[in-house]
Structure formats: structure tokens, C-alpha cells
Write a protein that binds this ligand. Structure first.
Ligand SMILES: [Zn+2]
Length: 105
């Protein structure tokens, strides 16, 4: 995410992505009313350009584990993660319809 102040991608100083990071509650609210069979993807960052995203399918979700390396061993993580995969085929099919002209209503 680009920093508004410094114009840099992934600005560590201002942390725009961390300030914009959603919680589970925000995602749950955004999903309210959307039909259960609606396809769901994650548009992940592609650093090749600011308007480019990598569309990935979500194949799992849950809490993982973390080991801080401080002798306490592996513990449950407090961050809920979505597991993504790059789809092997296109997710959409272009509609089979005649091309519209630019001046058409
Ligand atoms: Zn910044």
C-alpha cells in the first residue's frame, strides 16, 4: 500500500498497510448479505505496479501456530489467516454477446 506522505510502496515509517489492516469483524461486516455461493478471491499485492494485483483463490482459513524462539515452543497464533492459492485457470468466462460501440446507450 502506497504511503500518502512519502509516496512509497510499503513505507515502514508511516505503516499505511498496518493502519488500514482489517480485523475479522470488519471482514464479517463486509460479507453481510452476500450470497453464500459467491466466489471469493484475495487481490494480493503485485509489486510490478501500483494498479496491478494478483488474484488468488482462498482455499482455507484458520489460526496457525508461532514459535518466537524464546524457549516456550510452539504456541497458538492470535492472527487468523486466509490460505490462498494461485488459480490454475481463469475464474470468469467472458460473456458471449455482441460488442457494443462506444456511442451506444
Ligand atoms: Zn510514509
Amino acid at each position: 500500500m502506497e504511503c500518502d506522505v512519502h509516496g512509497a510502496e510499503g513505507c515502514a515509517e508511516c505503516k499505511p498497510a498496518l493502519r488500514a489492516a482489517w480485523t475479522v469483524g470488519q471482514l464479517r461486516a463486509a460479507l453481510t448479505g452476500i450470497p453464500d455461493d459467491t466466489p471469493l478471491v484475495a487481490n494480493t499485492v503485485d509489486y510490478s505496479g501500483p494498479n496491478v494485483a494478483d488474484e488468488q483463490v482462498i482455499v482455507g482459513a484458520g489460526f496457525g501456530t508461532i514459535n518466537w524462539g524464546d524457549g516456550y515452543g510452539t504456541e497458538p497464533d492470535a492472527v487468523f489467516g486466509l490460505q490462498c492459492e494461485i488459480p490454475e485457470a481463469l475464474l470468469r468466462t467472458r460473456p458471449d454477446r455482441p460488442r457494443r460501440r462506444a456511442d451506444a446507450p
